[in-house]
Design a protein around this ligand. Sequence first.
Ligand SMILES: O=P(O)(O)OC[C@H]1O[C@H](O[C@H]2O[C@H](CO)[C@@H](O)[C@H](O)[C@H]2O)[C@H](O)[C@@H](O)[C@@H]1O
Length: 318
Amino acid sequence: MTLARSPILNGSSIYLQPKNLADYLSNQQAYCLFLDIDGTLADFTLNPKDSVISNTTLTLLQRIQNQGVNIAIVTGRSLAEAKQMLFPIQLPIAATHGLEIALDDAKNKDSDSGGNNKNNNIVQVDTSELAAIREAITQSCLLYGDFTIEDKPYSVALHYRKNPALADVAYTIMSKALKNYSDWILKEGKYVWEIVPKGTNKGTAILTLLENMQTGDKLCPIFIGDDITDEAGFAAIQDGDSVIENNRPADEHQKLVKGMGIKVGSEPTCAHYYVHDIQEVTVLLDNFLTFYQERAPLSSGLADTFSLPLPKKMRPTI
Ligand SMILES: O=P(O)(O)OC[C@H]1O[C@H](O[C@H]2O[C@H](CO)[C@@H](O)[C@H](O)[C@H]2O)[C@H](O)[C@@H](O)[C@@H]1O
């Protein structure tokens, strides 16, 4: 039997049967979860304002957190929107692609005295430049009815999901709006182009959050995401890429990688693993919860390296 592989991927991602996630985890290792929102925890909608994270998923996140597992959100959404979508759960959040970071209050030594999460803006944002960029985009969109402009406190996004044929027009409008502003870059997402300040991405965001989570045992990060912007996150936690080889015999190797990247969807990715859709993410999270519920508490000091074993049982292609 062989591990399932998608023929349309870059040849190295392994399909992870979501109900078998526990086979890839070690009882001797402490894990932490980094989760993207749109396309991972929330299904896509035409208007970003209509997106929700289901109660089932929110409950799962809460139950995983109750097991003592560190979970953080890494999203392109603004901090305010991410908090609203996660309510009533409170988690550390890296928002606007890593630009806004709200650390876990309990662990944040610099937390303000009001008991609120300390919010860090990682880079300086020139709000007058942002206003000018927004205005240029708004003017260029006047001729078109199918665009949605999403204003965020520190970025602006142009969505063309309502009419995918406008992809090139959207790119042209955004490139033009960006032309005179060297401190800003264009980020591509699913049916969206977004102008954001230079200087952060999901990879840097995850490493910042991870550093804040670390206490005793080394944590092995698992990052689940679906979009182009998530690739920087996968790369950041998968330093040991070259160690991973095709179809090794079970139990023969312990892959010494820093973490586990799981892509949602079958587009090209640098993530080592993938699942098909957000329904499978729910199953993954459920399986992760069961793994934590069933295993004995970690003895301190056992996990002094990051280690992700290959699954004990090889799974057939589905
Ligand atoms: O990093 P994420 O949490 O995945 O956020 C990325 C972007 O997600 C949102 O846009 C996407 O979802 C919308 C709602 O389903 C959809 O209409 C759009 O086509 C998608 O690109 C959000 O609106 C953006 O601000 C985020 O950057």
